[in-house]
Design a protein around this ligand. Structure first.
Ligand SMILES: [Zn+2]
Ligand SMILES: [Zn+2]
Ligand SMILES: [Zn+2]
Length: 225
C-alpha cells in the first residue's frame, strides 16, 4: 500500500451544492488533531479528526438529508492510493471522495450530475413524497430563478434587474433594494415548481409584497379548474 503525505478531498457543499476540492497534508495534523474545511460560500464542508491508532473520524454535512454524517476511516484509507467514498445512506448517494487528486477529480464529475438528475426526477414525480423534498425544491427554484435572470425575466418594475435573493427555511425572498419591493416564494410544497413554470417571469412592484403562491391561486380560480 502506498501511503502519501498529501491527499485530496472532493465534496459537495451541503449549502450551495458546489463540489469543492481541498488538499490535505499529513502535517496539518501534527500540531492540532483536527482540521475543518469550508466551502467558498462559507459553509463548513468537512472536519477530519485524528483519533486513536492513526484512525480518523470524519464529519460532513449532507446536502441530501440535511444531517451531518460521522464515519471513522483507517489511516490507510485517507492517505492511501484508493478512493474513500463519502456518501449519504450507505453507498447510494455520493457526496464526495478522499484520495489521490486525479482519482478524486474524476469521480467527483458525476456527483453534481447525480444530484441534478435526482432533483429533476423529483420535480417530474407527481406522486411520491421524498424526505429530501425541501432541499430539492429550494435547489430547483434557484435553478429556475437563475434561468429567468439570464433571460431578463426577473426584475423590478423600477428598472432594477439586480435583485437580492435570500433562502429561508420555508421560503425564498426576492428584494429590490432600490425601491424596497419584495417577493416571496414558499418552498414547502413542490407544486411551487409547476407554478413557477407557469408564471414565466417575475417583476416586483414598489411598495408591494408579491407572493408567488397567491398569484397562482387567483390565476387558478380564473381558470375555473
Ligand atoms: Zn458552498
Ligand atoms: Zn445524508
Ligand atoms: Zn425596485
Amino acid at each position: 500500500m502506498i501511503v502519501s503525505t498529501v491527499t485530496t478531498i472532493g465534496i459537495q457543499c451541503a449549502k450551495c451544492g458546489e463540489v469543492q476540492f481541498r488538499t490535505v497534508s499529513v502535517f496539518d495534523f501534527s500540531h492540532f488533531n483536527e482540521e475543518s474545511y469550508c466551502c467558498s460560500c462559507g459553509a463548513p464542508i468537512i472536519t477530519l479528526r485524528s483519533v486513536e491508532r492513526g484512525n480518523y473520524s470524519i464529519e460532513y454535512p449532507c446536502i441530501y438529508c440535511g444531517e451531518s454524517h460521522y464515519i471513522v476511516a483507517k489511516r490507510g484509507s485517507i492517505w492511501g492510493d484508493d478512493l474513500f467514498p463519502l456518501t449519504c445512506r450507505g453507498k447510494e448517494l455520493p457526496l464526495g471522495y478522499i484520495g489521490p487528486r486525479h482519482k478524486v477529480e474524476n469521480s467527483c464529475r458525476d456527483i453534481k450530475k447525480t444530484f441534478v438528475q435526482l432533483a429533476s426526477e423529483l420535480v417530474n414525480d407527481e406522486e411520491t413524497e421524498s424526505e429530501f423534498d425541501n432541499f430539492f425544491i429550494v435547489y430547483a427554484v434557484m435553478e429556475k430563478l437563475g434561468k429567468m435572470v439570464e433571460r431578463g425575466q426577473l426584475g423590478c418594475r423600477c428598472g432594477n434587474y439586480n435583485l437580492s435573493v435570500e433562502i429561508l427555511s420555508d421560503r425564498i425572498e426576492i428584494v429590490c433594494e432600490l425601491c424596497h419591493a419584495s417577493g416571496v416564494i414558499y418552498t414547502d410544497n413542490k407544486e411551487v415548481l409547476r407554478i413557477l413554470d407557469g408564471v414565466g417571469s417575475i417583476f416586483l412592484e414598489e411598495n408591494m409584497k408579491w407572493c408567488l403562491n397567491d398569484s397562482y391561486k387567483s390565476h387558478h380560480l380564473v381558470k375555473n379548474k
